[in-house]
Design a protein around this ligand. Structure first.
Ligand SMILES: [Zn+2]
Length: 893
């Protein structure tokens, strides 16, 4: 029966130069041990150990099994016994044309084959080998393009050749004679994969052991290392191991028992390194090294058979570790990153020992072409600098974000601020937890720590260490926050790679359990959702109030796309000045959500941080003895207002920003802005004894600040009808236009007694169009408009009415207040039937921009009221009532 091996792409691909070929294999299959492997009686590490196999051994794979952790294991037949080993430790025995094996000889099959410094054609050729040349194969590597390359050695030449130009050499030549033998002088000298202490330990050699040296190398630190051939394994030993001196104490070794569930095993000895495996509770692990990192944490290097890695000391202590989210992948190939430091070396290869071929300035933008993670764990990015230059930079020196003008928040109780970017610089200031700082620059100190250049509250320039600040205001564990976005989700871990376990409802409450900044600098919050589920969500989904978001505003023609590129589809077309919540930034694109909940990417250049819908440039001025506070409107958007208790005027509308005036303004106690989502409002609190006349123009909003009383007020008095338009005519022939003009003239005199100024729309018997009447009001800086009319219906209709409009008139709220005061005082003065204050759509009120009313004094169609309207005494009572009403209106806020 034909059986296939499952293809498997392993997360640890970059660790092991040779992987199990992902192609299907017939079982049984002969395979090579690619890496020392423990053979167990079952397909998990919890089964008893049967034996362990060294690199290079050939075994027969007779079965395969994917266990509940998703690990693929092989059952191998060892002749005398059988057992299970982790599949990633095996590699396919090449049986095709090449048949190449590590450690064995191979022959060059092409003419003038390039030997390159690295395992892609982008590396420089360091030698050419002619057809038939016999070379020793010392390593292999499958690059990100899927090409298999072999590292070969031929005389003094060492480098990489693509598999196409190599075949297994039939005449296996004897290994090159050893150049030297050296005797180990210290106990337990580590033999490492590479020629620095950061490489992993492959084995140890003992004191007085004689080893065969096959190579030497002076690394970038100037240390001499020897490559030793120990038979089953080759590796690098530091020169000091052959000198009779004392090395630092040997690391603690032995076995340790994991005390917590699912302890992460990392590539390096800090929490920021990638997780390569998990160790289970009660699992005994072999400790081969220990290391105290810069934060003072003790880490143990564990050999788990299939993989080696670092486990934090706390995993071996009873108690629980905080959840350790997996650090996400490196920036995507094809994406852009910014240099985080100035004068960053771009190197020919992916270690700092390679030659620098160029430099990047701070925030220089480069395209990511490739990744490489050497065994030291430090990831490198191959980047395109310009059309003619590409090279390698350390991944931690690049970021998807520019660093200038970054807001930082002090994350410790007291942060020291120093005169320069290192701990040796003096402390010149301090900032307390939560303080907001703006970083203008970054720098790395000699130990590689990042420092931010910031401005202190006293205006000095200082430097703060990366560990004392956060790019977000810190969240408090145990507090409740709100979901601030429409599309928030709960993830199983602190990266987008994790599964979504739940959608989070807008404005629902969540409890904060913890936080984590992943290696891409993305801050994630661990929460318990409203439904009780626990998980992770990006920090930008949560707010303490819905008003804390930063917004940008769409320019004309802006669109939201499904991804951060113009090749992505459009998910929403945006209105000009539409406000957008900024969630995050990436390479000149903003991840945003609009008010309808559409989330996606908008080009930053298609947005503006300054909305056209804002009240800007507040100015205080005095014109003809009147005091104004005026805001400019960059575009014509609608505003409205209401009055609140305690002398407060609230101006609202489709405004996204309000600039506050500086300094004090006579008559105004305070001015504050309030936010509701992206909308802003401004509240002016007036001093006692002051009120306002508010006007909304297409290009400005003006607040006339007026003291109480009629003195100095400007009032437009409009006598209805006139000329050929008599208005209503009474039973005895009394014409409304004459009643209106007569009363208007009396009202003018009455108001002038109190120091008010009156503007008459007509002072004689002439006809005016309605639009002419409102134009007089709208073009004035008057405080009120009164139109005087007589009513007409039937002979029994009676009484006085005041009308206003609030559906169109911007000053509807004030018109109603004024109308109420006028109606009340007219009734008490004229002693007529009170028909009330009514909303109506009369043109002179509707098209008026001033607080505006129309009064119907009495019914000219009613003989009794016609008789009253004929008399100067009654008209004078009307004028007195209206004046008292206006006085009351101007004496109250
Ligand atoms: Zn009329």
């Amino acid at each position: 029966m034909k059986k296939f091996l499952a293809s498997s792409v392993l997360a640890t691909a970059a660790l092991f130069p040779v992987l199990v070929n992902a192609e299907e294999l017939n079982l049984p299959a002969n395979m090579l041990v690619g890496q020392k492997v423990e053979i167990r009686s079952g397909a998990t590490t919890s089964y008893p150990l049967v034996t362990s196999l060294s690199t290079g051994k050939t075994v027969t794979v007779i079965d395969e099994f994917t266990n509940s952790s998703g690990e693929l294991w092989y059952r191998v037949d060892l002749g005398t016994n059988k057992g299970w080993g982790l599949a990633s430790s095996f590699k396919e025995q090449t049986t095709g044309n090449s048949g190449i094996q590590i450690g064995k000889q191979a022959a060059i099959t092409g003419d003038n084959v390039n030997v390159r410094k690295g395992a892609t054609t982008s590396y420089e050729a360091i030698a050419k080998l002619s057809k038939g040349t016999s070379v020793k194969v010392i390593d292999s590597f499958k690059n990100s393009s899927g090409e298999l390359w072999y590292r070969i050695e031929s005389g003094t030449i060492k480098g990489w050749i693509i598999e196409d130009y190599l075949k297994a050499d039939a005449e296996v030549k004897p290994p090159a004679p050893a150049t030297e033998t050296k005797t180990v002088q210290i106990d337990k000298a580590p033999v490492r994969k590479g020629a620095t202490d950061s490489y992993s330990i492959v084995t140890y050699v003992n004191k007085n052991q004689a080893v065969t040296i096959i190579d030497t190398f002076k690394n970038a630190k100037g240390e001499v290392w020897y490559r030793a051939d120990l038979g089953s394994v080759q590796g690098w030993i530091k020169e000091t191991a052959f000198q009779a001196v004392t090395l630092p104490p040997a690391p603690e070794t032995g076995t340790k028992t994991v005390m917590i569930d699912k302890a992460p095993v990392r590539k390096g000895a800090t929490d920021s390194y990638r997780i390569v495996a998990y160790a289970e509770k009660n699992q005994k692990v072999n400790i081969i090294d220990s290391f105290k990192n810069a934060s003072g944490e003790l880490w143990y290097r564990a050999d788990l058979g299939a993989v080696q890695g670092w486990i934090k000391e706390t995993a071996f202590q009873a108690g629980s570790l905080p959840p350790a989210p997996e650090t996400p992948d490196l920036p995507a190939i094809g994406s852009y990153v910014y240099s985080q430091v100035n004068s960053l070396d771009v190197r020919r290869g992916a270690t700092s020992s390679y030659q620098s071929v160029g430099k990047l300035s701070l925030n220089q933008k480069v395209k990511v072409l490739d990744h490489f993670v050497p065994s030291s764990g430090e990831a490198w990015l191959r980047v395109q600098v310009n059309a003619s230059l590409a090279g390698w930079i350390p991944a931690d020196s690049a970021s998807a974000n520019q660093t200038i003008n970054t807001k930082l928040y002090v994350s410790v109780d007291v942060a020291n601020m120093r005169s320069g970017p290192s701990l040796s610089h003096s402390v010149i200031d301090q900032a307390s937890k939560g303080a907001e700082l703006t970083a203008s620059e970054t720098a790395k100190d000699s130990t590689g720590d990042l420092w931010y250049k910031v401005k202190t509250s006293s205006g000095n320039i200082a430097w703060v260490h990366e560990t004392v600040v956060s790019k977000q205001p810190s969240v408090s564990i145990g507090t409740t926050m709100l979901v601030g976005t429409m599309n928030a989700a709960l993830y199983a871990g602190a990266s987008y790679d994790y599964k979504i376990s739940e959608r989070l409802s807008y404005n629902s409450k969540v409890s904060v359990l913890g936080e984590f900044t992943n290696s891409l600098g993305q801050r994630w919050i661990r929460i318990k959702s409203a439904s009780g589920k626990t998980g992770w969500t990006p920090e930008y989904e949560l707010v303490t109030s819905q008003n804390v978001f930063k917004y940008v505003f769409a320019k004309k023609g802006a669109v939201i796309r499904k991804g951060a590129g113009t090749n992505y589809g459009v998910s929403a077309y945006l209105a000009e000045s539409e406000s957008l919540k900024i969630l995050r930034k990436l390479n000149g694109w903003l991840n945003v959500e609009n008010a309808k909940g559409t989330r996606g990417w908008v080009l930053e250049t298609q947005t503006t941080t300054v909305s056209a819908k804002r009240l800007s440039s507040p100015a205080y001025s005095t014109v003809n003895g009147e005091n104004y506070l005026t805001w400019i409107k960059p575009s014509n958007f609608a505003v409205s207002y209401t009055t609140l208790s305690a002398n407060r005027l609230k101006i609202t509308g489709a405004m996204t920003d309000v600039e506050l005036p500086k300094g004090s303004i006579k008559g105004i106690k305070s001015i504050e802005t309030f936010a509701s989502g992206s909308q802003k409002s401004v509240v002016l609190t007036f001093e006692p004894g002051y009120s306002f006349t508010l006007r909304d123009y297409s290009n400005k909003v003006s607040v006339k600040i007026v003291p109480f009383g009629l003195l100095g007020k400007k009032i437009v008095v409009d006598a209805g009808h006139g000329g050929h338009d008599a208005g209503a005519v009474g039973p005895t022939g009394l014409r409304e236009k004459d009643v209106n003009l007569g009363t208007a003239l009396l009202l003018k005199s009455e108001l002038e007694k109190y120091g008010a100024t009156v503007i008459l729309t007509r002072s004689t018997d002439v006809f005016l169009e309605l639009a002419e009447r409102t134009a007089i009001a709208n073009n004035s800086t008057a405080d009120a408009f009164i139109s005087i009319h007589g009513d007409s219906f039937s002979s029994t209709s009676k009484g006085t009415t005041t009308y206003y409009n609030s559906t169109v008139n911007f000053n509807g709220p004030r018109s109603e207040t004024m109308g109420t005061a006028i109606q009340k005082n007219m009734i008490s003065s004229m002693n007529t039937y009170n028909r009330g204050v009514k909303e109506q759509n009369f043109y002179v009120n509707r098209m008026n921009q001033l607080p505006s009313v129309l009064v119907e004094l009495a019914f000219i169609s009613n003989p009794k009221e016609e008789a009253l309207l004929k008399t100067t005494a009654f008209r004078q009572k009307a004028a007195v009532g209206i004046t008292k009403g206006l006085e009351e209106y101007f004496n109250n806020f």
